[in-house]
Design a protein around this ligand. Structure first.
Ligand SMILES: Cc1ncc(C[n+]2csc(CCOP(=O)(O)OP(=O)(O)O)c2C)c(N)n1
Ligand SMILES: [Mg+2]
Length: 818
C-alpha cells in the first residue's frame, strides 16, 4: 500500500527558515496568596507532610548506611541506597496532581518519587478502594504485620502500609512490595500508579513510551511520567524514547478517536550531576535540558524549565502539561531543577563539588522555604506544621522499625526457590481484554490469507517437490499464527522497522497492512532500543506485543532493553507484573560480518528469556502460537536461510487449524540408530544432508532439532543418546560459547555411562561472517559434520575427510582464538 504522504520536490526545496519558539525558564511567579485559589489549606498541609515524610524516610536510610543505626536503632543494610535528600519538592510537585491512573517510571534515585506518588494516590482513592488494594495485594502479605498496630483512618493505615512496603522492599523482606526482589533502585507499586524504577541510567526513557502507547492503543485514561536524571539525557535510549514518543503518525495517520500524541512527560529531575560528572558545562552541550525539546518536533515538546526546589511551580507545570497531553498534543519535556544535597550514594564524599555549593542549596532547602512560605501567609501556624511533621515522622520511624523486625518482616530462608518460581509465569492468556479486536477488513477476506489458502502445505506433493511459490513456508506459518492471535486479543499490537507498507522485514507481514489499523501495526523509527523498550512498557501495562528486530546483529542496539528490562521485570516484580512480549529477531545470511550473525547464545545466557528458534513451517506456526498464548517474554529467532522453505518433516503438512508446540520440546526430525545429531537453527538442514551422506557409509544418524534453547527438555535427547551412545551437536552460531556447548555438557552428565566418547560440537568458525561467496568457509557444511564423525566419533569405512575436524585442529583454533 503506497504512502498517503507524498514527498514533492517543489515543496522540500522551497526557501524557508526554521523558527524556534521561546522556551520558558522559571516562568512561574505566583504568590502563595494567589495560589490559595488553587489549594485548600489542607492541601498545602498535605504537601508539607509529604515533603517531611520523604525527608525522614531517607534520613533514616542515610543514618543506617553511614552510621549503622537510626535514632539509636541499629541496622545493617547491605544493599544500595541512592538518596534524593534535597529533591523532595520536585518529587512531591510531580506527584501531587497525578491520579492513580497516571503512571510513573523512574530511576535508581526514586524513593522520593515513589513515596510522593503513593501518598498522592492514597489521598485520591476511597477508603474502600484502599482497603481492597491492601487486602488483595499479594493476598494481604504487606498488610498483615500492620493489623495489630492499625489505628486511625484507612488513609492513615494506607500511608503506613505504603512506607512499610517501601522499606521492606529496600531491605529484601517478604513484606516488601515485591518480596524484596526489586530492592532500593527498582521499587514500585503498580496499584498506586508506580511502575518500575530502573537502575540502568535512562532505562525508563525507552520503556515509559510503551506504557503511554498502551494508554493510547487501548483508550485508557491517564498519563505516563518518565522521571529521569539530567545525565541520562546523554543516553541513546532516552533520545530513542523521545523520538518514538514524538512520531508524527499518532496525530497524522492514526484514528483520531485514539487521542493523538503519546500522553507522556519526560520529566528531567535535573540535579546538575551524574555521579560526579557535570552535564552542565562538562559532559553535555545544552545549558538547559529543556532545550533538547526544540529539536524534536514543531511543538518543541512544550518544553519548559521549572523550579523544582519549590513544590508549587512543579504542581503548576504538571497541571498544565497534563492538559496538553489530554488534548493529544504530547509528548512533553520538563526540566525540573533541583539539587541533591546527599551524596550519590552514602559512600560518596562529594569530592567533586565545593562545600560552599552544597551549603548554599542547604540554605535554600525546599522544606524550610516551604514552611516559611506557609507560615508567612498565615495559612497555618508554625506549631501546626511542626505537629504534622512530628506525626508523620513518627509513623515513618515506626514503619522502619517494623520493617527490620525479622519476625514481623522475614526474608525468604536458605534454600528458597522463590526467585526461580517467578522467573517465568508460564501462564496462558487467551486475551488481555474482552473488547472486540479492531480490523480494517474481515481477515478471511485478506489477500494474503486467500493466497495461502491456495498453497500446498507440504514440501513435496504426489512424489514431486512443490515449486517455491506454491509451497506453504515458514513466513506463512508465522503470519497465520499472528493473525490468529490478532483476531482474539484486542490488545495485541506489532511494530518494528518497515513493519507496515513494506510488508514487514522479509515479507513476513505482507497482507497485514490491509488487515490492521495503524495502531495495531506500525512502523517504528530506526530505534532498536525504543522498539524493545516500548514493547516492555506496553507489556508491563498488560498488553500483548510482537516487536521485531530486523537482524540479530541489531540486538546490540537494544542490549539493555533485551537483557536488563525484558528479561528482568517479571522476576523483579515477584510475579506481580507480566511480560507478554514476543520479540521476533531474524538471523541473516549472505550479508557479511554485521548482518549474518547467530547470537542465540547471548539471549540463551540471560536468565528470564524464553528462546525459540524454529526452522520449519510446522514448528514456526506451532511455536508462534504457543508464544502468543503465553505471558512470558519469548525471543523468537528466525532464519533468513529458511523463510521460503516448505514443510518436509510432517508428512500430513502444516495444519490449517490452530495447534501449539510446547516451548522447550525438541523434535526428532530423522530417525536413526548409531549417532544422535542435535541441531539448533537452520543447521538442521545441514545435519539432514550429512546424515544422508553418512548413511552411504553405513551409519544411521538420528537428527533432533532443539527448536528451543530456553527452556529445554533433555529427556528426548537423553533417550536418543542412550540408544546411540554418540552425539554430534551443530548450529550456525560461532563455535565458541555456542548454546550447544551447554547442551553437550549437560548431556554428558546425563548420559555419561552410555556414551562411547565425548560429544562433538560443530559451529561456524570463530570469525567474522565473510561475504556471501565465502560463506561455505564459515558456516558448517555437511562435509564438516561427516568429517567430524569420522575423525572424532566413529571412523567411517572407506571415507576420506576433505576438511580438518581433528582434535589438534580444535586446539590450534582455540590457541589462536579464531
Ligand atoms: C547505563 C548506566 N551507566 C552508568 C551507571 C552508573 N551510574 C549510576 S547513577 C549515575 C549518574 C546518573 O545521573 P543522573 O541521570 O543525572 O541521575 P541522578 O543520579 O543525578 O539522579 C551513573 C553514572 C548506571 N547505573 N547505568
Ligand atoms: Mg543528575
Amino acid at each position: 500500500m503506497p504512502k498517503s504522504i507524498v514527498i514533492e520536490p517543489e515543496r522540500v526545496f522551497a526557501r524557508e527558515t526554521i523558527r524556534f519558539a521561546e522556551i520558558p525558564v522559571n516562568a512561574y511567579n505566583r504568590t502563595i496568596e494567589e495560589e490559595l485559589a488553587s489549594y485548600t489549606p489542607a492541601g498545602l498541609l498535605d504537601i508539607w507532610r509529604d515533603l517531611c515524610a520523604i525527608r525522614e524516610f531517607e534520613t533514616i536510610l542515610n543514618e543506617v548506611k553511614t552510621k549503622g543505626a537510626a535514632k539509636g536503632v541499629a541496622y545493617n543494610h547491605a544493599g544500595p541506597a541512592h538518596l534524593s535528600i534535597g529533591q523532595e519538592a520536585a518529587a512531591v510537585g510531580m506527584a501531587f496532581s497525578l491520579g492513580p491512573e497516571d503512571h510513573i517510571f523512574g530511576s535508581h534515585r526514586s524513593h522520593g518519587e515513589i513515596l510522593a506518588k503513593g501518598f498522592s494516590a492514597i489521598r485520591k482513592l476511597s477508603d474502600a478502594e484502599l482497603l481492597e488494594i491492601m487486602e488483595s495485594y499479594r493476598d494481604g502479605a504487606i498488610l498483615k504485620p500492620l493489623e495489630s498496630s492499625a489505628v486511625g483512618s484507612a488513609q492513615d493505615l494506607a500511608l503506613r502500609f505504603f512506607v512499610y512496603g517501601a522499606y521492606g522492599e529496600i531491605f529484601a523482606r517478604e513484606t516488601g512490595f515485591n518480596r524484596g526482589l526489586g530492592g532500593s533502585m527498582h521499587a514500585f507499586f503498580a496499584p498506586f500508579g508506580i511502575y518500575p524504577n530502573n537502575a540502568i541510567v535512562g532505562g525508563s526513557g525507552s520503556i515509559a513510551p510503551g506504557a503511554a502507547l498502551f494508554k493510547r492503543v487501548n483508550r485508557k485514561p491517564g498519563i505516563v511520567v518518565a522521571n529521569i536524571g539530567d545525565a541520562s539525557f546523554g543516553c541513546g535510549p532516552v533520545w530513542e524514547g523521545i523520538t518514538f514518543s514524538a512520531m508524527d503518525q499518532y496525530r497524522k495517520l492514526w484514528d483520531e478517536s485514539l487521542g493523538g500524541g503519546l500522553p507522556i512527560i519526560f520529566n528531567c529531575m535535573n540535579n546538575f550531576y551524574g555521579m560526579g560528572g557535570q552535564p552542565l558545562g562538562e559532559t553535555m552541550g545544552v545549558e538547559f535540558i529543556a532545550r533538547v525539546g526544540a529539536g524534536v518536533n514543531p511543538e518543541q515538546m512544550h518544553a519548559e524549565r521549572v523550579n523544582g526546589y519549590d513544590p508549587l511551580p512543579v504542581i503548576d507545570a504538571f497541571r498544565r502539561k497534563k492538559q496538553v497531553l489530554i488534548e493529544g498534543r504530547g509528548p512533553v519535556l520538563l526540566d525540573t531543577v533541583t539539587y541533591r544535597i546527599s551524596g550519590h550514594s552514602p559512600s560518596d564524599a562529594s569530592s567533586y563539588r565545593s562545600k560552599e555549593e552544597i551549603e548554599s542549596w542547604q540554605k535554600a532547602d525546599s522544606i524550610q522555604a516551604f514552611r516559611a512560605k506557609l507560615v508567612e501567609s498565615r495559612i497555618v501556624t508554625g506549631s501546626e506544621l511542626d505537629a504534622a511533621r512530628a506525626a508523620v515522622e513518627s509513623a515513618v520511624f515506626e514503619m522502619f522499625r517494623l520493617s527490620i523486625d525479622l519476625e514481623a518482616s522475614p526474608r525468604v530462608g536458605p534454600g528458597s526457590e522463590l526467585v526461580g518460581s517467578v522467573m517465568f509465569s508460564n501462564r496462558r492468556v487467551e486475551k488481555f481484554d474482552d473488547r472486540a479486536p479492531e480490523f480494517l477488513q474481515d481477515p478471511a477476506a485478506n489477500a494474503r490469507v486467500e493466497q495461502i489458502r491456495g498453497k500446498i502445505r507440504t514440501q513435496s506433493h504426489e512424489g514431486k517437490p512443490v515449486p517455491k511459490m506454491k509451497a506453504y513456508n515458514v513466513r506463512d506459518g508465522i503470519f497465520e499464527a499472528m493473525l490468529h492471535r490478532f483476531s482474539i486479543d484486542p490488545t495485541m499490537i506489532a511494530f518494528g522497522e518497515e513493519n507496515r507498507d513494506w510488508g514487514g522485514a522479509f515479507a513476513v507481514y505482507r497482507g497485514l497492512t490491509e488487515a490492521l489499523p495503524y495502531h495495531r501495526l506500525f512502523n517504528a523509527p530506526i530505534s532498536e532500543a525504543a522498539i524493545a523498550g516500548a514493547a516492555v512498557g506496553y507489556a508491563l501495562e498488560g498488553g500483548r506485543v510482537v516487536a521485531e528486530l530486523m537482524y540479530a546483529d541489531f540486538m546490540g542496539r537494544a542490549g539493555d532493553e533485551i537483557f536488563n528490562q525484558l528479561a528482568k521485570w517479571q522476576a523483579m516484580s515477584a510475579g506481580t507484573l507480566v511480560m507478554p512480549v514476543v520479540l521476533r529477531i531474524s538471523i541473516g545470511a549472505k550479508y557479511g560480518a554485521q548482518h549474518s550473525q547467530d547470537w542465540t547464545a547471548l539471549v540463551h545466557h540471560i536468565p528470564g528469556l524464553k528462546v525459540v528458534y524454529p526452522v520449519t513451517p510446522y514448528d514456526a506456526k506451532g511455536l508462534m502460537n504457543a508464544a502468543l498464548a503465553g505471558a512470558d517474554p519469548v525471543i523468537f529467532l528466525e532464519s533468513q536461510k529458511v523463510y521460503d522453505f516448505g514443510e518436509m518433516f510432517v508428512e500430513s503438512g502444516v495444519p490449517e487449524g490452530y495447534y501449539e508446540i510446547e516451548i522447550g520440546e525438541p523434535s526428532v526430525k530423522r530417525k536413526g540408530e548409531d549417532l544422535t545429531i542435535v541441531t539448533l537453527g537452520p543447521a538442521l538442514y545441514t545435519a539432514i544432508a550429512a546424515a544422508e551422506e553418512m548413511a552411504r557409509y553405513g551409519l544411521s544418524a538420528e537428527v533432533i532439532d532443539l527448536r528451543s534453547a530456553t527452556p529445554l527438555n533433555y529427556a528426548p535427547l537423553a533417550e536418543s543418546v542412550r540408544k546411540t551412545g554418540k552425539v554430534l551437536l551443530v548450529s550456525d552460531a560461532v563455535e565458541r560459547g555456542s548454546v550447544l556447548h551447554t547442551v553437550s555438557t549437560n548431556l554428558t552428565g546425563l548420559c555419561f555411562d552410555d556414551l562411547d566418547g565425548p560429544p562433538v560440537v560443530i559451529g561456524s568458525r570463530n570469525w567474522i561472517t565473510p561475504a556471501a561467496e565465502l560463506e561455505s568457509l564459515f558456516f558448517p557444511q555437511p562435509a564438516w559434520l561427516v568429517d567430524a564423525v569420522h575423525e572424532r566419533i566413529r571412523p567411517l569405512a572407506g571415507y576420506t575427510p576433505s576438511t580438518r575436524q581433528t582434535l589438534d585442529e580444535m586446539e590450534r583454533r582455540a590457541r589462536e582464538g579464531v
